[in-house]
Write a protein that binds this ligand. Structure first.
Ligand code: BGC
Length: 367
């Protein structure tokens, strides 16, 4: 009797949490993964990616890893990409909810549009996980999964300091990410905490500090060309907020046949690592996206199934409330430790890096 009553109560509580899809014969729920029945008990999960141009990571790394992690967890996932268009992302969110999504994993295009998506989701009982980018000034985001992004910036600043070394009166240019991305603000807080000391002490001179709208690599190229023009080509180092912006600076330097100078980056993209191997870039920041994707998927799966969330979270203030968050740890990559992460599913392979013309420089580095 007692055991029976306890069992019923547990199942009922599970159903209350599950919002929808309850009432089926629940035979334990937690295991059973795919469940064979096409995910009828678990709600669907929708992933909303931002674009495919500001960084290759979204389509080449995040998409396949999220797809796999969600499917392995037995939930049906749909992944769409807004290609930089805020109204497209809004429509994708609405469509996903119409199609039965109970959880949205959102990479916002800015906080305003992200907050609108989250508010609409919340009003329909759909949970929202901010993936990689925090949505500010809303109470409708339930979780945030990302990296310690201030630390990302700090690593970039420290990397540039090491690469520039003791060059006297180094002329430094700064290419920030999109002003609409909260991460860009955090990256900047991180690297400014390091490089502003160099500017203040007079060791370095800041030739320019510009934000790149939407992280657009093409705009970054134009911006950096103008920086070179204005500075009479006298730039000795570039704090670039990701590999795409770094590559834009490198392209502009090459077009003018200028010598290699230290350039930073982020994302450990194939192009970024190849630029390091070739000596065009001094460092990148590797973020183990597999861990980020898995942590976000685990949350989404629990929410979609109505299970208790077991993750350890830290509270992060988004201006409106403290969002329970999971932050993974970034690490720097230079020519000296490229090989350390070979074999990770979110890191370029040695074969891809050392293909074609890069092979000779790989040999020189012993790769
Ligand atoms: C991400 C970076 C990415 C950038 C551009 C940021 O929010 O954290 O990894 O390079 O957006 O897409």
């Amino acid at each position: 009797m007692h055991r029976g009553a306890w069992f019923v109560a547990t199942v009922a509580a599970g159903c209350a949490l599950a919002v929808a899809g309850c009432g089926d014969d629940d035979s334990g729920g937690s295991s059973g993964g795919g469940g064979g029945g096409g995910g009828e008990k678990a709600g669907k999960v929708a992933v909303l990616l931002p674009d495919s141009k500001s960084s290759v990571r979204w389509e080449t790394v995040d998409r396949p890893l999220l797809q796999k992690a969600l499917e392995d967890g037995g939930v049906e996932a749909t992944i769409t990409n807004a290609e930089g268009d805020k109204s497209t992302q809004q429509q994708q969110a609405e469509q996903a909810i119409t199609n039965g999504a109970k959880v949205i994993l959102l990479v916002n295009l800015d906080s305003g549009s992200g907050a609108a998506i989250a508010a609409n989701a919340k009003s329909q009982g759909v949970k929202v996980i901010d993936y990689d980018r925090l949505t500010l000034d809303t109470d409708a985001n339930d979780y945030y999964v990302s990296f310690d992004n201030t630390e990302v910036g700090r690593l970039q600043g420290e990397g540039l300091v090491k690469c520039v070394g003791d060059k006297p009166d180094a002329q430094i240019a700064v290419l920030n990410g999109s002003p609409t991305d909260n991460n860009a603000t955090l990256f900047k807080n991180g690297y400014d905490s390091v490089i502003n000391k160099k500017f203040d002490s007079g060791d370095w001179t800041e030739v320019d500090d510009q934000s790149v709208p939407d992280w657009d690599n093409q705009k970054a190229l134009t911006i950096f060309e103008q920086i070179l023009q204005k500075a009479d080509n006298k730039v000795d180092g570039v704090l670039a907020a990701n590999d795409g912006l770094g590559n834009a600076a490198i392209s502009a330097l090459k077009q003018r046949k200028l010598p290699q100078i230290p350039v930073t980056g982020q994302d450990a993209t194939l192009e970024g690592i190849q630029n390091i191997v070739n000596g065009d870039q001094c460092m990148t920041v590797y973020k183990a996206i597999e861990k980020e994707a898995q942590a976000a998927a685990d949350l989404a799966i629990a929410l979609a199934k109505g299970d208790a969330v077991e993750a350890d979270t830290v509270p992060i203030d988004n201006g409106t409330h403290k969002v329970p968050s999971i932050l993974e740890k970034p690490v720097p990559v230079t020519k000296d430790n490229i090989a350390e992460y070979f074999g990770n599913p979110d890191y370029p392979t040695k074969e891809d890096i050392c293909a074609g013309k890069v092979a000779a420089n790989c040999d020189k580095l012993g790769l």
